[in-house]
Design a protein around this ligand. Structure first.
Ligand SMILES: Cc1cc2nc3c(=O)[nH]c(=O)nc-3n(C[C@H](O)[C@H](O)[C@H](O)COP(=O)(O)O)c2cc1C
Length: 323
């Protein structure tokens, strides 16, 4: 499946693993890259000296393009240098596109990208020098930048910019992948579906909650805003109600790199395997494609299922058996 995105990144599958704070770790990013996609890690707040060996190991075993996700509210310029000097791309989210950051990435020879929520932000990202943009619809799990559903947003962004566009938000099946490729996207960025990959660093209770959920069980909220205010996010509704009934603070601890850190009540961290405490009261992010999360599979099987199915659909074989 050849697109402008696969050509730019040098990968075989038009699939980008979404950067997902700590839960999409090196194991998952390497597995997606080995399966032909692009693998993104999002080790927010990991100090640059610890990020370097983690990325060196990731690149050594990925056998495909990997990149690093950077959240502008938690920006560490040293980490950007470390990431750009080791990986194929550095992508930014949740802040106005900034040409100085893009130039910083390019200076190390990496590609720069911005996840955006509006056509205006996509144009700003292209003008800042980004090599590709990610259009994120409000169906997405995790933090949501804009206020438009994916299809109208993708339509407008494809009209507005010349760089390759990756579509994000609620894409979890072959049909979703085929739809955005047919519309002109260079790839689908997939988060929620990969939370059920065997290699994802997701707490078992979080996984269990995802497996039973459907789109109507998700809600766009500002509930988990401690340390990151004014940033709506889509989670499983159950965790909002649970978290609001709890008074303990912190609610849990989580291991990030070598450090064990407290998770504040209504804080934005999602529970990894290393989390101990009140997991049900933490941010259980999920997009509207969550109904496709039905079983735990190796990431390579998810990539193959999506790409094989999308290929058949794009050939016009709409009755083909795809899940
Ligand atoms: C558990 C989880 C954590 C996320 N964390 C981040 C993050 O750290 N940085 C980021 O840019 N986006 C983050 N996102 C949003 C994704 O980049 C992407 O837009 C989203 O996953 C796409 O929608 P989908 O989940 O329906 O596939 C997160 C999403 C989820 C589900």
């Amino acid at each position: 499946m050849h697109t402008r995105f696969t050509e730019l990144l040098g990968c075989r599958a038009p699939i980008q693993l979404a950067g997902m704070g700590w839960v999409a770790g090196p194991d998952l990013a390497a597995a997606v890259a080995r399966a032909g996609g692009a693998g993104t890690v999002a080790p927010h707040m990991l100090p640059a000296p610890a990020l370097a060996p983690m990325l060196d190991q990731l690149v050594a075993r990925a056998a495909g393009p990997v990149g690093v996700n950077v959240l502008i509210p938690f920006l560490d310029p040293d980490a950007v240098d470390v990431a750009a000097s080791r990986t194929r791309y550095v992508e930014f989210f949740y802040g106005d596109p900034d040409h100085t950051l893009v130039e910083r990435v390019h200076a190390h020879g990496a590609l720069a990208a911005w996840q955006v929520g509006s056509p205006g932000e996509a144009v700003a990202a292209e003008q800042a020098g980004c090599d590709f943009v990610i259009a994120q619809g409000i169906e997405a799990g995790g933090h949501v930048r804009g206020s438009t559903a994916l299809l109208p947003l993708l339509d407008a962004v494809l009209d507005a910019v010349d760089v390759p566009v990756v579509a994000a938000g609620g894409i979890a099946t072959a049909r979703g992948l085929a739809a955005v490729l047919a519309a002109g996207a260079g790839a689908a960025r997939i988060g929620t579906r990969f939370l059920a990959a065997a290699e994802a660093d997701v707490h078992p209770d979080y996984r269990e909650a995802l497996v039973g959920a459907v789109a109507a069980d998700t809600e766009l909220t500002e509930a988990f805003s401690t340390t990151w205010p004014d940033a709506p996010h889509r989670v499983l509704r159950t965790c909002i109600t649970t978290a609001r009934t709890r008074t303990a603070d912190p609610v849990a601890t989580i291991v990030l790199g070598d450090a064990t850190v407290p998770v504040p009540r209504l804080g934005p961290m999602a529970p990894t395997r290393s989390t101990t405490g009140d997991v049900a009261a933490m941010a259980l992010y999920a997009g509207q494609g969550v109904a496709a999360v039905r079983e735990i599979l190796p990431a390579a099987e998810i990539v193959a299922e999506l790409t094989d199915g999308a290929e058949r659909l794009l050939r016009g074989d709409a009755r083909s058996s795809i899940s």
